[in-house]
Ligand binder design. Structure first.
Ligand code: SF4
Length: 352
């Protein structure tokens, strides 16, 4: 199975770097120009929780949405705008296009990818699936359109547990790709029979259990929130494990005044907005000390900037196009996920 060349990671970090920080006036002017362009072009901005807070705020101010990848997909499908401007990484733009082939889907950059997508090339993955034809193929949303087209189900971290549970109840054995840590977590929680691909997220894989345990001693009042793409030893130290939206919910509902958070620090914008009196600290990603010394921030998400967003809108550049031969096959497992989660919501609402 593929390893991601170090060169690609270095290039991503370099491309994500801002030449120089914007002044407040420059930032305000860019925001106003983007808002005007969105209106003019019947476009809506859909941003992921890991994007720069300034883009998240702009999405909210302009009637767009800030969400996890499941809700981004749902929002894009339900919104009437003819152009979806997706601030996130490539698979999110592709998902939007697969679900909305009639809409124009733009992204601030086409270079923003994901280590999980990179680590699961379709030829190798299809060959792996072909070796186990009796297994149901479940792939994480963080995959290419071609990998989705080879799958029976697409899931995100917010619905993976429920979907795998229901497949297991049907007696199905699974192939899971690409995130091995999330796959192992789901396997432990459900007991499902799963063959795991060996991909990993470069951000979550960096969180360190030993240093996190040290940090917990320094902050005894803190609850630990962990995204399940993190290593097993880190998950074991968590007070709450879940997708981005589930971790935000945990920050709101747990009584602790402080939270140590093991996921991309872009999420702090929404957590702080919803819990202004609580304190959020990055979980450690390196070193033996108790303070975070590493990035905890996805270099590809960081490529989404105000300047690139405005440039894309003005030029109509960075349009996402998906091979039309793949769309009918890729849309099926995506729609299955959306239908499953919609039915689960309705059940919950009925029971409320
Ligand atoms: S944070 Fe990890 S999973 Fe998310 S886009 Fe970046 S590399 Fe991919």
């Amino acid at each position: 199975m593929s390893q991601i060349p170090e060169r690609i990671l270095v290039q991503a970090h370099l491309a994500a770097k801002q030449p120089k920080p914007l002044t407040p006036e420059q930032e305000a002017s860019l925001r106003a120009e983007i808002a005007a362009e969105l209106k003019k072009q019947d476009a809506v901005l859909v941003a992921h929780y890991y994007c720069d807070p300034v883009l998240q705020a702009l999405a909210e101010e302009t009637g767009g949405c800030v969400a996890d990848s499941l809700e981004m997909a749902r929002f894009g499908s339900q919104h009437p705008a003819s152009t979806l401007l997706v601030a996130g990484v490539k698979f999110m733009g592709e998902t939007a296009k697969i679900l909305n082939p009639e809409k124009r889907v733009l992204m601030p950059t086409l270079e923003a990818t994901c280590s999980l997508d990179l680590g699961c090339p379709v030829e190798e993955f299809a060959a792996f699936c072909d070796q186990h034809p009796e297994r149901t193929v479940v792939v994480y949303a963080n995959t290419s359109a071609a990998v989705k087209a080879r799958a029976d189900w697409v899931v995100t971290s917010s619905c993976a547990l429920e979907i795998v549970e229901s497949l297991m109840d049907n007696g199905e054995k699974l192939i899971w790709a690409p995130d091995q840590h999330l796959g192992r977590y789901i396997q432990r929680e459900t007991g499902a029979d799963m063959l795991l691909w060996d991909g990993a997220c470069i951000v979550h894989e960096e969180f360190k259990a030993k240093q996190l345990a040290d940090m917990k001693v320094l902050y005894p009042e803190a609850a630990v929130l962990v995204h399940p793409e993190s290593p097993e030893a880190v998950i074991e130290l968590a007070d709450a494990v879940g997708s981005t939206s589930q971790l935000i919910k945990a920050a709101q509902t747990l009584p602790n005044p402080t939270f140590i958070v093991a996921t991309d620090r872009g999420i702090f914008y929404k957590m702080q907005q919803l819990c202004p009196d609580k304190e959020f600290i990055e979980a450690p990603t390196a070193g033996s000390g108790a303070t975070c010394r590493s990035c905890a921030h996805c270099p590809w998400m960081a490529m989404n900037t105000l300047e690139r967003t405005l440039h894309t809108l003005r030029e109509g550049s960075n349009e996402i196009l998906v091979d039309s031969a793949l769309v009918p096959r890729a849309v099926k497992p995506l729609k299955r996920m959306l239908d499953f989660t919609q039915a689960a919501r309705l059940r919950l609402a009925g029971n409320a």
